[in-house]
Design a protein. Structure first.
Length: 335
């Protein structure tokens, strides 16, 4: 006989930890808003296609940071009847929207503008102005990227940066790292394009710089889209956490074996664990409840993010058995 423990679920802290990356988001937002204005002014005076592409890129980045902040805020709403597991996954939704904006507004527009300038070259004016602006922008973007790296390092642990971006369950820091890296690389492309145009008098280099910026943003947007789509569909715990949960379950004397177990992230900071365990011998209902409570405590101690836990007690039978064993668990009230 199997039963579901009514006490085996805790729905608390749906938004806990939502501050991961907030400092980096504000740093990036401040940098991008200032850079966007200056870039567009430089474009207006010089006619540089690279500066226009970079200005639109900074506007798109600013919108992206606002979306990340909005997603973090909305994810903190309390669970209700319509969303009994809370709103933690809204952070994934907004991160996915960021990838779409980066692709369309940033990447496609820059690519279009670059191709347009290749077909209709335009001589640059006041070349010194975009170069000064790009130098300042590179310094500001470097500060933004440095802030994101410093805030991400404690969460990265021993993983490499690529592995951290691939495996992170909180989307804000990976999004910022990719976004800032793309922005800094794009600024270098723009600076090279403007510099070569100024040195040779050939606007082809400025247009090529714009095309490279667009291609880079599209590539980053595709990577972000793939990663956030995986989070939206639903990812389970890491192999390390799964091993820790299994160890926590089987460490005590209550469980004979784990029949099956599944995990799912309900949000970046909330993991659901569903497990069916075999308990041995004849047990009172009070003993079953005590065993489940002990298992829950060990799981939460081993993996604190496991906040929603369902434990189903059952009797282990060999797969080829045709009848239940005679000493099945008896669930009855204590005298």
């Amino acid at each position: 006989m199997a039963s579901e423990s009514g006490s085996a679920i805790t729905e608390s802290g749906a938004g806990h930890g939502g501050g991961h990356g907030t400092k980096a988001i504000f740093a990036a937002l401040g940098a991008n808003l200032g850079i966007a204005v200056v870039k567009l002014i430089a474009w207006a005076f010089s006619g540089s296609a690279s500066m226009l592409a970079e200005g639109i890129h900074s506007i798109a980045d600013s919108a992206n940071q606002l979306l990340l902040l909005l997603g973090g805020r909305r994810s903190k709403r309390a669970a209700d009847e319509e969303h009994p597991f809370g709103y933690g996954r809204e952070r994934y939704v907004y991160a996915f929207v960021v990838s779409i904006i980066l692709f369309s507004v940033g990447g496609v527009f820059s690519l279009y503008e670059g191709i347009e300038k290749l077909q209709h070259p335009h001589e640059l004016e006041n070349v010194w102005l975009p170069l000064v602006v790009l130098g300042i922008a590179i310094l500001l973007e470097s500060f933004s990227l440095r802030t994101a790296l410093r805030e991400a390092r404690p969460h990265k642990g021993n993983q490499g940066w690529f592995q951290f971006i691939r495996r992170a369950k909180a989307p804000e820091l990976p999004v910022l790292l990719l976004e800032d890296t793309a922005a800094l690389t794009g600024l270098i492309f723009a600076a090279l394009g403007v510099s070569l145009t100024a040195a040779t008098g050939n606007s082809l280099f400025d247009a090529l710089g714009t095309v490279l910026i667009g291609a880079l943003l599209i590539l980053v947007a595709i990577i972000l889209g793939i990663e956030t789509k995986s989070l939206l569909v639903g990812e389970g715990a890491s192999a390390t956490d799964v091993a820790s949960i299994r160890s926590a379950i089987t460490t005590g004397p209550e469980v004979e074996t784990i029949i099956h177990m599944k995990t799912l992230y309900l949000g970046p900071d909330e993991l659901l664990v569903g497990v069916k365990v075999a308990l041995g011998g004849r047990m009172l209902l009070s003993d079953v409840a005590a065993a489940i409570n002990a298992i829950e405590t060990r799981i939460r101690a081993a993996v604190p993010v496991a906040r929603v836990i369902y434990i189903e007690p059952d009797v282990w039978a060999e797969p080829n058995a045709v009848a239940p064993p005679t000493d099945a668990i008896v669930i009855r009230a204590a005298d």
